[in-house]
Write a new protein. Structure first.
Length: 651
């Protein structure tokens, strides 16, 4: 029997096997405590399908119960293979109403099979929602270009008849169902889905997009776990720098380490820390909700668990002020390049935390806190390039300077990519790294964020740098996989993105935090969103990203992602005669950014915005209005033309 499903059989085998025996096989594979309603549902589904297959005398086909959909961490109730078509069935036993949430669930299963199950790429897939007590909806089947149909809604009596009609109409080449089920399943989960999977004790290699990614993530995670164990065994203090391109899986590696040692009772207990408030908030809530579904412990108790697993680094820092008690012995700092410099940290600690005379950078202080351990300690610093987006963020140099000047007794592990390259800091001297140990697997070189375009991050790099020719040449190699469009009409942009997103695929509007004059277009970047609602809300929730009303800025979206992005481009980063210009809106007018540091923050803001979308994006560039001196047409036209020169097509 395939490991992909709890039960697998040909129609003939299914019809001749006793229903209670089938139920026994399914329930035996189920790892959670079974509830009465669940067992009753399985028996109902088994008996229903048997009766209908007998009634219509359909003997050639294959059936699976509880078919695994790894990316979503769920199982489809049933999958039927008939005449070369794949039918993904979601039962709602006893329900009379059809709702959009259930339709999206079935559609999402079908899309995941199409995108991530290798033997399904060239197959027609039909999601079916069976509300057993509903009236039948006999509408035509509508297939999208990728061969996935819209959800067919039907009642129990018409289920097999309808499946047979569709299979006969679109008769495809038969294939071996068992071999199909056992083919490679290489998902690309969102960071939220990945965190849920790791927290539920799935392996990091199970959620990688390809065998290469699986190997990279597996090697990096294994090496870090070995270094943690070695540090404890040999009583050493160790800092490991993990680098990678945007979306390569740095955060996944960190979450994997934390989930591997998530019990405070363990000797190598690890805590995942991030200064990214929206990321922490969203992951804590998503993990709590998922845990509650799996355990039924109550949302309050589940939140307490997840708040321990993932913490805000600023809370960790503030707690350490309450004495000299050492914290956890393994601390994973996500987006460590965003730690504050001495000026920013000292100002905050003196004015907000009453720490008179405080004069340290955040990296120096965090290492000092971990250095309180007398025997051993480990810091895992996850470093992303081109990600510093706020005043006072010190980057990698702050960590290296602290190690060189104060903590030379710490062992340092890093890859050569830490010191140079397109994505990370350059011009740093490896000779300044005390007790340095070179370890190539601590760099992740391939973006996993977009399963459609591995080269997206390089394309965005050239676009942001003003290299339109290089950008266009690169985009030509993946434009058929990852659509990027541009328009001057916001409603057209919204219409395009709504048509593109299907099932549970997320969509959202993004803009620079200094895109103040987008307000004239109805886009209010100063209106603060609640990240939990924006990222986790249902499409019907007006607070959610799906509604395309509330806009997320680089501070809200960094470290997270959506499937389809609408990027609103204001005049803060505008293309001039031959290069980009850097502006800031203050009071009633635009002012040029003079400092190199502030220019870099703006470039990185747009880099972040343009690398958040997994499946495609559309850019909205306003037309401007010469009657408004803050929105002159010339502020926008050159940017629009430049983006078109980068290969982006208009709609």
């Amino acid at each position: 029997m395939t490991q992909q499903a709890f039960y697998s059989a040909t129609f003939k085998e299914f019809l001749t096997e006793d229903s209670s025996a089938i139920f026994g096989k399914i329930s035996k594979r189920h790892t959670q405590q079974l509830q009465y309603l669940q067992t009753k549902a399985w028996l109902s589904e088994i008996e229903l399908l048997k009766d209908l297959l007998y009634e219509h005398n359909i003997l050639q086909g294959h059936i699976f119960f509880e078919f695994m959909i790894p990316r979503m961490g769920r199982r489809a109730d049933a999958v039927i293979i008939l005449k070369g078509l794949i039918f993904v069935i979601e039962f709602k036993i006893g329900k009379a109403d059809i709702n959009h949430c259930d339709m999206r669930q079935a559609h999402g299963y079908a899309l995941d099979l199409k995108n991530f199950h290798s033997a399904s790429h060239n197959k027609l897939i039909v999601p079916i929602l069976v509300a057993t007590k509903s009236r039948s909806h006999f509408s035509s089947v509508n297939f999208s270009d990728d061969g996935v149909a819209e959800t067919v809604c039907i009642n129990e009596q018409d289920l097999i008849k309808r499946i047979y009609q569709i299979a006969t109409k679109y008769n495809q080449s038969n294939f071996n169902a068992q071999h199909w089920a056992e083919s490679g399943y290489l998902p690309t989960p969102t960071i939220i889905e990945a965190a849920q999977a790791l927290y539920a004790h799935h392996k990091v290699t199970d959620i990688a997009r390809s065998e290469a990614d699986s190997q990279n993530l597996g090697q990096t995670s294994h090496q870090l776990l070995q270094l943690i164990h070695k540090a404890r065994s040999e009583k050493r203090k160790v800092i490991c720098f993990v680098t990678g391109v945007p979306g390569a899986g740095k955060t996944l590696v960190g979450l994997n380490i934390a989930s591997s040692h998530s019990s405070p009772k363990e000797e190598e207990y690890s805590v995942f820390l991030s200064g990214n408030g929206p990321l922490v908030s969203v992951l804590q809530e998503a993990l709590a909700k998922d845990r509650n579904i799996r355990t039924n412990e109550g949302l309050g108790k589940c939140r307490r668990h997840t708040e321990q697993f993932i913490q805000n680094v600023h809370k960790f820092r503030d707690d350490s002020l309450k004495g000299n008690k050492p914290p956890e012995q393994v601390a994973i700092f996500d987006e460590a390049q965003r730690a504050w410099n001495a000026e920013q940290t000292s100002k905050f600690m003196q004015t907000k935390r009453n720490q008179v005379g405080f004069n340290k950078s955040e990296p120096e202080y965090l290492i000092e806190v971990m250095d309180r351990h007398e025997d051993w300690a480990v810091i895992v610093a996850l470093i992303g390039g081109g990600q510093e987006i706020n005043t006072g963020e010190i980057g990698l140099s702050g960590w290296l300077k602290a190690l060189e000047s104060k903590f030379s007794h710490w062992d340092t592990y890093y890859s050569t990519d830490l010191l140079n390259g397109e994505y990370v800091s350059s011009g740093l001297d490896s000779k300044k790294l005390s007790n340095a140990n070179l370890m190539p697997c601590l760099h992740l070189a391939t973006s996993m964020r977009s399963f459609r375009a591995e080269k997206l991050s390089s394309y965005i790099h050239h676009l942001i740098e003003g290299n339109s020719e290089l950008a266009k040449r690169l985009y030509e190699t993946f434009k058929h996989l990852y659509p990027i469009k541009i328009t001057r009409n916001l409603e057209d942009a919204k219409r395009w993105i709504k048509l593109k997103s299907r099932a549970n695929e997320s969509k959202g509007m993004l803009a620079s935090s200094n895109g103040i004059r987008l307000k004239a277009e109805g886009i209010f970047v100063k209106n603060k969103i609640e990240p939990k609602d924006w990222f986790l809300g249902a499409p019907e929730d007006i607070r959610s990203s799906h509604f395309l009303e509330d806009v997320a800025t680089e501070f809200d979206i960094q470290g997270l992602e959506i499937d389809w992005g609408l990027i609103a481009w204001d005049a803060d980063y505008r293309f001039g005669a031959d290069k980009f210009e850097h502006w800031r809106f203050r009071g009633t007018k635009w002012e040029q950014r003079k400092k190199t540091e502030n220019q870099r923050y703006l470039e990185n803001a747009y880099r972040v915005l343009m690398t958040r979308s997994r499946q495609g994006m559309i850019i909205f560039v306003p037309k401007g209005n010469d009657d408004d001196t803050t929105r002159k047409v010339e502020f926008y036209d050159n940017t629009y033309e430049y983006l078109k020169r980068c290969g982006i097509e208009t709609i």
